[in-house]
Ligand binder design. Sequence first.
Ligand code: ADP
Ligand code: MG
Length: 568
Amino acid sequence: HAEKETLGFQAEVKQLLQLMIHSLYSNKEIFLRELISNASDAADKLRFEAINNDALYGNDHELKIRVNFDKDAKTITISDNGIGMSRDEVISHLGTIAKSGTKEFFSRLSGDQQADAALIGQFGVGFYSGFIVADRITVETRRAGAAANEGVRWESTGEGDYSVEAIEKAGRGTDVILHLRAGEEELLSNWKIKSIIRKYSDHISLPILMQKEEWDEEKKETVLKDEFETVNQASALWARNKSEVTKEQYDEFYKHVSHDFQEPLTYTHNRVEGRSEYTQLLYVPSHAPFDLWDRNKRGGIKLYVKRVFIMDDAEQLMPTYLRFIKGVIDSADLPLNVSREILQESRDVKVIREGSTKRVLGMLEELANADEQETKDKYTTFWKEFGQVLKEGIGEDATNKDRIAKLLRFASTNADSADQTVSFADYIARMKEGQDKIYYVTADSYNAAKNSPHLEIFRKKGVEVLLLTDRVDEWMLSFLTEFDGKELTSVAKGGLDLGKLEDEAEKKEHEETETQYKELVEQMKGALADKAKDVRVTHRLTDSPACLVADEHELSANLVRMLKAAGQ
Ligand code: ADP
Ligand code: MG
């Protein structure tokens, strides 16, 4: 494949490019963050592959990123000596979008520029963001371990297609050359680029180098010297002291590790010593990813061992119900050549997972129990985005079940709203005198729950009922039978026992009614013999004439519906 070849972009890339250039223009500086982030990932990948193959370094052991600009040629070049790409990798990585949730993303685009811009921000644009400021991009790359004549040049104007050809390239790694659009010349300045790097990429642990500048008295302008300076702090952010890291730096680091464009909701950063020694920097995103419900979804934790990147998506480090958490865990105990199989078995990993789970729950409790409205609102956002996933924890994590139960939020008859805002504690505080149970109803929609005939008697008595309408609720309830010593009771099940809520006079009246209708009930039982197991006089209805109930020990009607829908 020596000759130059022209290939078409995947249809989605074309669509994304057009949208992105327009909708992200007001935020154009992010192109540099994205390209530096890729360079840093490339260095991580090289370090990891080199653990078992030191020869990949050749005679170039110092991993770094360089940013150059050329005023005459109107180019900015981002260079790294990381893993590089082969021809096939160039074609698949820079010609297609191999990201999970891509289909979902495109199906949600509406054509409304503002709404779409926000969506693109959530999806992340990565490499292609270079086209916001460049009308042509040239990539020259050479895979670590490949020969000098196995270099590849990729070039595109970001319209329909791109070219690839073989080139000679002196060193391994990748140069991304941006040919700036007319009007973007202000980017061609040392201090401008430096300030963008400091703003967005200071957290990158590799040195980012730029050529030094000095004033030339004769020419009356600044000229570039042959000397380089490091313009970022160049140390792993998670290894720094908390007090030395600003919120902005934490936020930018989040965008780098998560490939998200939006700020995180909150984070926790700790150095843990004891049975196992590790550092954790964990973030709660502010929105659910497009593939939250994808069972094969990759996790969000990057594993490092003593600063060396080991793997992305180390799912063993976080329980499944916290799969939306992003961040970094850096262990001091694991071996560098650790594999996914070893992680599965490792006691250190178990300790880390338990510790991290507790930290995450603690971080959520802090939001949930906060006094200031702003922090409370964050929990509301969290619950909207991730509440359904957190509910999985009730069944999955017996150890932390009580803590998770306290974090649950429900809709209830107390407010006329589908918003899930009521905690068990709120419910208990409003319980009626003599009430010793927590009542709930399950249904497949808020309206169905709210209008359930089972609620009539509770409305009449002013007893609050939780309205549970998420798919996962029935499953969750099979693991959650009580809270704080109070039994969770479905209003739709069995002979409803209102306990002390029923007074003596009522009881007597009920008994009388039952005797009065005994004959009718017997006749109905006969008529419905093959359809109903039992027919009873009920006191739980005030307006509706009749309702269906499940036996106390049987699956509820809602669960039966769900199982049927799932083809069981
Ligand atoms: P992401 O970083 O989220 O994977 P990008 O669009 O930023 O998406 O990059 C796409 C892919 O292109 C990367 O996953 C990587 O495989 C490849 N890539 C981009 N830049 C580089 C680089 N400097 N060195 C090696 N590979 C790169
Ligand atoms: Mg990227």
